[in-house]
Ligand binder design. Structure first.
Ligand code: GDP
Ligand code: MN
Length: 392
């Protein structure tokens, strides 16, 4: 689960990770009020679009201004805009709010983040002196400019490791104490809040050698959210895919994808295999959907409805292994849902497992239109044949 920068900075404050003074605003008037409260010495402020995507600076979503009028103008421009960045996709994201902060006098822009490294099964701290808006390019062209420090999950971050990172970042002596505290506390928040990622880009060194988080990005492990009701309250459903939000209401594992084959599968492994094989046959999945091992009629109906309300779906492919969910139960659920939702799209069904013959009989007797196939290959090929755009 992602959150906004202003929320991430609120979380950072609780962990004594220094961030600039500032507050969120939903209207230009509010933005000016926030600026008035901040009362900066030099009247310089920064107004930042709050969306769940990075790259805002390059997309025109971050503006440094030098007056209260400037704050109002910037907020007027940014709130309501459809902000397009390299992370939003071409359609962009509508901006609902801005973070208004005191502007900082930046001497250097650094980078630091923590993610879980699957290969070593350890948290890894990544850091670079080349932070700022071109970090992706650094990662691609000069990966040696990004250092990695792996943390033993039981022992935790050791002080020598924090020092190693700070030295690699060439932190000035005056800022060293703050930097070490920041690195230590960043690891603390990563572990305690069950984060999938924390990222500060840029981590800045100011002209007077202070070190703090100018930007803040946090992504939480959704499977651990039950432990963090305070963090769940940060969730912004407007930033998430509406179909994914609905699916999460019914505990369906659904992820929207780019293709046009609606896939209804039980078990994550089979769902992955299904996506792979239809790709091999030239079709592409419109979604990942695992209805789970013990899907009820209700879950099937909800799954169906979500698939069908996705306008990009041209074909529905049901691929089920009848284990806990028996094939006859599945067939009944499918027939019910297809009737109730007046399904008009081509439907391809492949099922195997417990009570498969009974399941097939139920489908055959139902009068609904569908194609049934025995093997995954034949089913995938059938699916591809139904696409409007013939595939190679
Ligand atoms: P992102 O583009 O979405 O990652 O947004 P950031 O918060 O990282 O801001 C983008 C860039 O705007 C930073 O890399 C800075 O160069 C610049 N910026 C942001 N805040 C300030 C500020 O207070 N003062 C100055 N001078 N530049 C800033
Ligand atoms: Mn940034």
């Amino acid at each position: 689960m992602k959150i906004h920068e202003y929320q991430a900075k609120e979380l950072f404050r609780k962990y004594n990770i220094p961030v600039p003074e500032g507050q969120v605003a939903f209207t230009p008037d509010e933005a000016v009020q926030v600026a008035q409260i901040l009362k900066t010495k030099d009247n310089r402020y920064v107004v930042k679009a709050q969306i769940h995507a990075g790259g805002r600076g390059k997309g025109g979503g971050v503006k440094v201004v030098d007056s209260l009028d400037g704050v109002r103008e910037a907020a007027k421009q940014i709130i309501g805009m459809q902000l397009v960045t390299h992370q939003t996709g071409p359609e962009g994201k509508k901006v609902k709010s801005v973070l208004v902060e005191e502007a900082s006098s930046i001497a250097r822009e650094l980078y630091i983040s923590i993610v879980l490294d699957r290969a070593t099964a350890r948290p890894v701290i990544m850091a670079s002196q080349d932070g700022g808006m071109d970090i992706e390019e650094v990662a691609e062209k000069n990966p040696e400019r990004i250092i990695k420090e792996f943390i033993h999950p039981v022992i935790g971050l050791q002080p020598y490791q924090a020092r190693k990172i700070a030295y690699a970042l060439n932190i000035p002596a005056e800022g060293m104490k703050d930097a070490l505290k920041l690195i230590t506390n960043l690891y603390k928040v990563f572990i305690e809040a069950d984060c999938a990622m924390v990222e500060i880009n840029p981590l800045v060194v100011t002209t007077d050698n202070r070190v703090f988080a100018l930007d803040a990005k946090v992504d939480f492990d959704s499977n651990a959210l039950f432990r963090h009701p305070d963090i769940v309250s940060y969730r912004d459903l407007d930033e998430e895919d509406p179909l994914e939000v609905e699916a999460s209401r019914y505990n369906l594992n659904y992820i929207k994808l780019e293709g046009n084959v609606g896939c209804l599968v039980n078990g994550a492994g089979l769902a992955m295999a299904t996506m792979d094989i239809i790709k091999q046959y030239g079709a592409a999945p419109a979604n990942f959907l695992d209805v789970g091992g013990s899907a009820t009629d209700e879950a099937l109906e909800n799954a169906f409805r979500i698939l069908l309300s996705d306008e990009t779906v041209e074909v529905v492919f049901i691929n089920i292994f009848g284990g806990i969910l028996r094939c006859d139960k599945l067939a009944e659920g499918v027939v019910k849902a297809a009737r109730k939702l007046e399904m008009r799209l081509p439907l391809v069904i492949r099922m195997k497992g417990t009570n498969v013959d009974l399941g097939k009989q139920i489908l055959a007797d139902s009068g609904i239109q569908y194609a049934v196939e025995e093997t995954l290959e034949a089913a995938a090929s059938k699916v591809a044949s139904f696409l409007k755009q013939p595939v190679a």
